[in-house]
Write a new protein. Structure first.
Length: 306
């Protein structure tokens, strides 16, 4: 029995020593990341008056530096391609709760017409953006909260915290579709080869049928964080290569209880039906993004009488 206890003790000590060896794997992962925006939030380095949240529509369509160039207002884009409203809400909450980050005066939420609140395979909570940043307690805490990790095991064992992605030791690089400007925006300067370039002239009316409860809660929470912190909330619908869905803006106004200003672009502008300004049916090219952002900035200036 004594020998068994000794062997068990030695095994336990060796396991803990080996487990702590995984600290290097965990803590070195952020160094290989090329997109530093989430880590900037975690380290309190967000210092802009206007913050932009959204999916690829926000990342591609809104060029934050236009706010600075045109109005002298600091702006930063925290939109992540492939992310949904639950991830946007998390980023806003993390931004406001992390010491050092500046509370913005305005938040612009860029929504997907009309998948924002419904099932969309291309939109999700971006867990993959979190795993490289496991060295930060706030990330580990959120993974437990979302039941991705077990609370006790997560505290005791480093290996339990890790994901297979943490063992990819290759330095990340920018791609043609995911190059990030200093202002956080990610416009695309080329056109997708399979883009059919035929503008969809059909009109669609929005239906609340199929809205997901978790996304509705996230939108309300997003609005409540802005309201609680006295932050102006502007919800914008960027151009697709079709007409805006009828009633979608009204639905957003209802869900935000009138707190948010919901803005739609000028659909009569021929740019928004010209394929030369689009990457594909759902995203603008860089030239189109500048046209759209300038229109948004003009609206922002009028709203604040600048």
């Amino acid at each position: 029995m004594k020998k068994l206890f000794i062997r068990l003790f030695i095994f336990t000590v060796c396991f803990f020593i080996l487990d702590k060896g995984f600290l290097y794997v965990r803590d070195s992962a952020p160094e290989r990341e090329i997109d530093k925006r989430l880590e900037m939030i975690l380290t309190g380095k967000i210092q802009s008056d206007v913050l932009i949240y959204g999916s690829s529509r926000g990342a591609r369509s809104v060029i934050a530096k236009v706010f600075t160039d045109s109005l002298g207002i600091s702006a930063y884009n925290l939109s992540f391609p492939g992310s949904d409203i639950t991830f946007h809400e998390y980023l806003l909450r993390l931004t406001l709760e992390t010491k050092g980050n500046k509370k913005p005066k305005s938040v612009i939420l860029v929504v997907d017409d009309s998948d924002e609140l419904k099932v969309a395979k291309s939109l999700k909570f971006r867990l993959d953006r979190m795993y490289p940043l496991l060295k930060y307690k706030a990330i580990r805490k959120e993974l437990v909260k979302r039941k991705e990790k077990k609370p006790i095991l997560n505290e005791l064992f480093v290996v339990h915290q890790l994901n297979k992605s943490n063992f990819l030791f290759k330095q990340q690089k920018f791609t043609a579709n995911d190059s990030i400007m200093q202002c956080g925006s990610m416009p695309i300067s080329h056109q997708k080869k399979t883009f059919n370039k035929i503008f969809n002239k059909e009109t669609y009316t929005y239906s609340s049928s199929g809205e997901l409860i978790q996304k509705l809660r996230a939108l309300r929470s997003f609005k409540n964080y802005c309201k609680k912190n006295k932050i102006e909330l502007i919800v914008v619908i960027p151009p697709n290569f079709k007409f805006v869905t009828i009633g979608f803006a009204d639905r957003l106004r209802t869900l935000t209880n009138g707190y948010a200003t919901v803005w739609q672009y000028d659909q009569s502008n021929p740019v928004y039906s010209n394929p030369d300004y689009f990457f594909d049916n759902a995203h603008l090219q860089t030239n189109g993004s500048y046209v759209y952002t300038n229109e948004l900035v003009k609206f922002y200036a009028q709203l604040h009488k600048l």
